[in-house]
Design a protein around this ligand. Structure first.
Ligand code: FES
Length: 174
């Protein structure tokens, strides 16, 4: 094979791999961002949590904002601090992170890193743990927990239920 055609061939091979890699990343992002079954009406979003898989980020929409819903694995729950556990939405035996998926620095949408169990904000490098607590500046505060109410295995976003009020009283929600 002449040098130039060899380069062409290698270019195609690497180009093909890069395209495949890109598709893989897109598929992974889509898979990670699949929403759960939900119903939206008059400022409320009802999301059925029973279909949630552990360590898979689900992104719902509530009043135009992205809402992160993440079911934690038992290992994640076992290792977390009291401060982190206080932010958990507990449904039966399952612990969930539920928060508005906007960085508290300048409002970018942080990305979940399932292998590290944390969130990275690409805008200025801020990080949050799996409970939405800021761990690396510049974000000045944790991601915000939206008003919610639990009805069986469903979470109603936009309504202040007893669990939300309890978090408020405990000072978990500013
Ligand atoms: S907007 Fe997230 S770190 Fe700046």
């Amino acid at each position: 094979m002449a040098d130039s055609s060899r380069r062409d061939f290698m270019g195609k091979v690497f180009g093909g791999w890069a395209a495949l890699g890109g598709l893989g990343a897109l598929y992974a992002a889509k898979k990670t961002w699949d929403p759960l079954p939900s119903v939206k009406a008059a400022g409320f979003t009802k999301v059925d949590l029973s279909a949630a898989e552990p360590n898979v980020l689900n992104v719902e929409k509530w009043r135009g904002k992205p809402i992160f819903i993440l079911k934690k694995t038992p290992e994640m729950v076992a290792k977390q601090s009291e401060e982190e556990t206080a932010r958990d939405v507990v449904v039966g035996k399952d612990h969930f992170l539920v928060c508005i998926g906007l960085c508290t620095h300048l409002g970018c949408i942080p990305a979940y890193r399932p292998d590290r169990h944390d969130f990275k904000c690409a805008c200025h490098g801020g990080e949050f743990d799996v409970s939405g607590i800021n761990t690396l500046p510049p974000p000045p505060s944790p991601m915000v927990i939206p008003p919610f109410k639990i009805e069986g295995t469903t979470i109603v976003l936009g309504e202040e239920g007893p669990e939300y009020k309890k978090m408020k009283e405990a000072g978990v929600i500013a």
